[in-house]
Design a protein around this ligand. Structure first.
Ligand code: IVH
Length: 749
């Protein structure tokens, strides 16, 4: 790879030429490493090139270049993006696909606000830019931080990278002291094509579409790489503000434009749903001639005071909706059906397709969901696709909607090969040979092998290191597969990750000397693992990869129990109850098979009661506590408890926990509000808000809103015309207040 002669034996001219070559190679290698997820040279080679460079420089100090690779910090790729907690969450949008849904959206908004259907209500319509969202924070007019959306609450700090984007001003004049501008980073078609041409000339990875190219270019550890990529930015929203931008969405966007941001010229004001839909049709026509990708039109209530009143659901505003363009379609041949075994043992059929371009992206596989789907049956057993089953060799129609994995929408029976046979779904796990069982009421067949199944074990590990879980830099799906299959440094369960460094120290062949690894990458990996040894409780629970326990359930569990010890104690205590639940379910299923429809209900209840009757009080109390957590039902609880009861699984969890420092969870934010945990009933006429609005705001503050007054009611909010509910509240001694007193209590107009 380089001149192997001793540096001392080089002539000055040779040394100079070699330093030049080294600088160029190392710079390219740096860019590829940080940028393309596809290193040009192995870490070992990288290290030796760097050493060679240093040797020559030591021999010929006066030849050291201004851009010497010895001085580049970019060589230490272990720096992860810092995390940024957004001052205000970055929300996403709910989607609509047809005109009727737009009319419904308008009706929902009107109902919530109490605006009659004849009365005027203005919206803005903005193209939905197909890029990635970015939040820019300006303090006293200076750009101080840029962050990606991340999970909405916490994003990645990409400030240095954002500063390289020409559309993003460094300084603003006349802006509020605190201003968070939000918008979309994107790449134009022309820039995308040129970038891909450059990438492929350099032997580097090309991008599937402009959005991926924009995301890959922004999320760079080395800002110099971002600077070399032609990114653009449209502003369309804001986060924290010290002073309002304007009174309407349209004016606020105009204000952002006046401050120096690019805003989309196709933004328009519309009066009501008919106008919106007409504008949509117009934008759809222009779509193909635009210089960048858009995937729909976003409608927003124009009046910002109305936006404030409408507020948010958990992740989306009530005041906006994205009207998406229809999915793109293509026809191709189904070559094969493969079965993947997932983390929870689910057997997922995947269609291998003859590659076809759908909406600018080459598609070669599609999901087939489950065996019923292949057979032409929907979830409730009724026929789908007119009952046509899918066979290998079929001519199928594929569609792609947004980010999601392509799906098969239809097939052409006229083109079915004569010898095509119905697909027979395996009843044994293709990975480990264990029985693949389909439980009553479950659409999915699952491998019963648990951690014995190599596929489940690997998928569980991949989940464990994934972004929302442990997110260990340098330990992705690829590395997990390598370590899982490794004889010398095996990783079979999550705990093994945390003993890697100690085991490597005791091994003769070091990780650093392996193919594809070097000193640098091994050291970085161990450092990244160390960093993750301390973990918030919710992340740990999610990372365990227990079926039905997603990020939200993990967070709810963490908040409820506060500590790992409290969670384990509760789960262990509730174990006999979960067993009852399962037994009762099984008995019920058997009953259902046997019993005729009459009398079925009458017979099932005693079965349930008999099973539960045996249970001791602490188990029952722990179970009730568990399923009493908002968002945690019996399904989640059973899954959680049974996975803690499985011997291999529990041993794996216990070993893992010994390696970690677990941070206790804080109670929910709304716990601070004066109405958190209270049960509230609204009755009579409310003047300042609609019933729906009152309910949503109370719930956002952690209150429970009920429709009827009982001994459990804490507060009755009674407007004029309150009748029997007020009387009942008085009788029960429930605290009663009017709308103004309620608003004063929750601290808002
Ligand atoms: S508004 C609170 N406006 O679409 C509302 N989003 O599918 C925040 N997007 O995460 C979003 N163009 O990345 C808004 N004109 C536009 C947009 C837009 C593109 C993206 C944005 C958002 C995603 C939701």
């Amino acid at each position: 790879m380089h001149d192997a002669r001793k540096a001392g034996s080089l002539t000055e001219q040779e040394a100079k030429a070699e330093l030049e070559r080294l600088a160029e190679t190392l710079l390219r290698a740096d860019a590829a490493y940080h940028g393309e997820d596809a290193p040009l040279v192995s870490d070992a080679d990288y290290d030796s090139l760097k050493r060679r460079n240093a040797e020559i420089e030591a021999q010929f100090p006066h030849l050291k270049r201004a851009d010497s690779p010895s001085d580049t910090v970019g060589a230490a790729p272990s720096e992860r993006f810092g995390k940024v907690t957004h001052a205000q969450r970055m929300m996403s949008l709910s989607n609509a696909f047809d005109d009727a849904e737009i009319t419904e959206f308008d009706q929902r908004v009107r109902k919530y606000l109490g605006v009659p259907s004849g009365a005027p209500l203005r919206y803005t319509a903005e193209p939905k830019i197909d890029g990635l969202s970015l939040s820019l924070r300006y303090e006293n007019g200076a750009l101080v931080q840029a962050a990606t959306r991340g999970d909405g609450a916490v994003g990645e700090n990409v400030t240095a990278n954002a500063r390289t984007i020409k559309d993003i001003p460094e300084n603003l004049t006349g802006a509020p002291d605190i201003l968070e501008v939000r918008g979309e980073v994107y790449m134009s078609h022309a820039d995308f094509t040129a970038l891909n041409a450059r990438q492929s000339d350099a032997g580097a990875k090309t991008f599937a579409n402009p959005r991926n190219a924009a995301a890959g270019s922004l999320r760079q550890l080395d800002a110099a790489v971002t600077a070399s990529r032609p990114l653009r930015f449209f502003a369309y929203a804001w986060g924290e503000l010290s002073a309002p931008l304007a009174g309407t969405q349209f004016e606020a966007i105009a204000k952002l434009n006046a401050l120096g941001f690019s805003t989309n010229p196709l933004t328009a004001l519309c009066d009501g749903p008919d106008d919106l839909v007409a504008h949509y049709a117009q934008i759809e026509q222009q779509r193909a001639s635009l210089a960048y990708d858009i995937d729909g039109v976003v409608y927003k209530v124009d009046d910002l005071e109305l936006q404030r009143r409408l507020g948010y659901r958990s992740t989306t505003p009530r005041w906006a909706i994205a009207h998406k363009f229809p999915a793109e379609l293509a026809w191709t041949r189904l070559e094969a059906i493969e079965i993947n075994v997932g983390r929870t043992g689910a057997l997922s059929p995947v269609a291998r397709l003859s590659p076809v371009t759908v909406g600018g992206v080459v598609v070669s596989n599609a999901t087939l969901h489950n065996e019923d789907y292949i057979a032409g049956r929907g979830g409730d057993g009724s026929p789908i696709r007119g009952g046509k089953d899918i066979r290998i060799g079929d001519w199928v129609q594929v569609y792609r909607a947004g980010d999601v994995i392509p799906k098969i929408s239809d097939l052409d029976l006229g083109k079915r090969p004569d010898n095509a046979k119905p697909f027979s779904f395996p009843t044994l796990c293709p990975e480990c040979g264990s029985d693949a069982i389909r439980e009553d009421g479950d659409a999915v067949r699952r491998c019963s092998g648990g951690l014995v199944c190599p596929s489940q074990a690997v998928e569980k590990l991949k989940h464990f290191v994934s972004r929302a879980a442990f997110d260990i830099e340098g330990l992705g799906a690829k590395q997990i597969e390598m370590f899982h299959a490794d004889d010398q440094l095996p990783v079979q369960t999550p705990a093994d990750i945390f003993t890697l460094e100690a085991r490597d120290r005791n091994n003769l062949t070091k990780l650093a000397n392996r193919e594809g690894w070097g000193d640098l990458s091994a050291r970085n990996l161990f450092a990244a693992i160390e960093q993750c040894r301390t973990v918030p409780l919710a992340r740990l629970i999610f990372a365990l990869g227990i079926r039905h326990v997603g990020e939200v359930a993990a967070r709810d569990l963490a908040r409820h129990f506060g500590s790992w010890e409290a969670l384990v104690d509760a789960v262990d205590t509730a174990a006999p109850a979960a067993a009852c639940e399962l037994q009762a379910d099984a008995a019920e299923a058997a009953e259902r098979q046997l019993a005729t429809s009459e009398g079925r209900r009458a017979r099932i209840k005693p079965v349930r009661d008999a099973v539960w009757g045996e249970l001791d009080a602490p188990a029952l109390a722990a179970w009730r506590d568990l399923i009493g957590i908002d968002g945690i039902g019996a399904t989640v609880a059973v899954s959680l408890v049974t996975s803690f009861q499985q011997k291999a699984e529990r041993a794996s969890i216990d070993r893992l926990v010994e390696e970690l420092t677990i941070e206790d969870a804080a109670p929910p934010m709304s716990g601070n509000s004066p109405v958190a945990g209270k049960t509230v009933v609204f009755t009579g006429t409310l003047d300042k808000m609609t019933r729906a609005e009152a309910k949503a705001r109370a719930e956002a503050l952690g209150a429970k809103v009920s429709g009827s007054v009982s001994a459990r009611t804490d507060i009755l909010v009674a407007g004029p015309g309150a009748g029997s509910k007020a009387a009942k509240a008085a009788e029960l001694g429930v605290e009663t207040m009017d709308e103004d007193a309620w608003l004063a209590l929750i601290g808002g107009a």
